[in-house]
Design a protein around this ligand. Structure first.
Ligand code: FRU
Length: 322
């Protein structure tokens, strides 16, 4: 190789090396960008919430550049409002919030939006649509699936008969209303179906549902089906029926389908069915990170559901190591 040619080649190589280093430097910089993300959870005592927190914390562990701050609203609106105010003061890069109830959390979520913090609303909504994204299940769809199945269990479309106890989740939450509305799209078409209770809420809690059901059992000689807006309440109702020896006469339907809870109860023959309501923990965090990295995100992400009965419960448990 002639000397001049060699010099040219060396120069090109040097230029290439330099540009590669620049590229590497650039991407290293992007990866190093730290994000402080706040997540305001409504409570941690309910099993579905515990799973939700596990999911979001596990996702955060996959992103070394993310600092995730998780707060616990202790199932009280005032505490959760204070938590969000605190996260705003800490100047988080994004706020994720799963509200106790819609109305009570709307003001403080608006404060975050006004402070130019991108807000990701998870599972339960707020009364503004100025947030960046909503991630959650389609509760109307789940309610419809539950209603359709209830009609089937009670004798089939056009000829269903039976007395139904519906136990509502929190009255101030959209999921409870959607789960009610969807269910009744099917059951209200059946003249043979009678609703024994009028808007009785167990506030998503097993013990409150137990008490409601104990009263319903005392007041009604015949109960054919219980629809709990979540599995803990359907199971609470089952336990109340069992305590007076009437559990075999009644079908119990719930929602959530956590493998160690609802799916197990279905597998044991305690609940007749449950419908999956996946936690938005992992997906919510992934979406927030995507947005902070400058990518576009959709306004709504809807998580899938499925019906769980005796037919598939054992397999789901197995798939989840149970
Ligand atoms: C937990 C929970 C779940 C339910 C969801 C609805 O707090 O009650 O059982 O599916 O909230 O928002």
């Amino acid at each position: 190789m002639k000397r001049r040619e060699f010099t040219r080649l060396a120069a090109i190589t040097a230029a290439l090396v330099a540009s590669t280093m620049l590229l590497q430097g650039g991407s290293a910089f992007a990866q190093d960008k730290k994000f402080k993300i706040g997540f305001s959870q409504v409570t941690t005592i309910e099993p579905w919430r515990a799973q939700f927190n596990k999911d979001i914390i596990a996702e955060a562990a996959k992103h070394p550049n993310v600092e995730l701050i998780v707060t616990d609203g202790e199932d009280k609106t005032e505490k959760q409002v204070a938590d969000v105010e605190n996260l705003i003061r800490q100047e988080v890069d994004a706020l994720l919030v799963s509200p106790k109830e819609s109305a009570g959390l709307t003001g403080v979520v608006q404060q975050a939006i006004d402070a130019k913090i991108p807000v990701f609303v998870l599972d339960r909504n707020v009364e503004t649509d100025q947030y960046t994204q909503f991630v959650g299940g389609d509760n109307k769809l789940i309610g419809r699936a539950a209603g359709e199945y209830a009609v089937e269990l009670l004798g089939g479309a056009g000829k269903a008969t039976g007395n139904v106890v519906e136990i509502w989740g929190g009255m101030g939450t959209q999921p409870a209303h959607d789960r009610h509305d969807g269910f009744h799209e099917f059951t209200d078409k059946e003249p043979g179906i009678k609703n024994l209770l009028d808007q009785q809420s167990g506030d998503w809690k097993q013990d409150q549902a137990y008490n409601l059901m104990a009263t319903a059992l005392r007041n009604n000689e015949k109960i054919d089906l219980v629809y709990g807006h979540n599995d803990p309440m359907a199971y609470g109702a089952y336990l109340a029926a069992k305590d007076v020896g009437r559990e075999k006469d009644i079908k119990f339907i719930g929602i959530d389908a956590l493998p160690p809870e609802g799916v197990t109860w279905v597998n044991n023959g305690e609940l007749t069915a449950t419908f999956l309501y996946a936690t938005p923990g992992a997906e919510g965090l992934r979406q927030a990170i995507k947005f902070l990295n400058g990518e576009k995100v959709e306004k709504t992400i809807t998580l899938d559901t499925m019906k769980v009965t005796k037919e598939n419960a054992a397999q789901i448990m197995k798939d989840n190591g149970l």
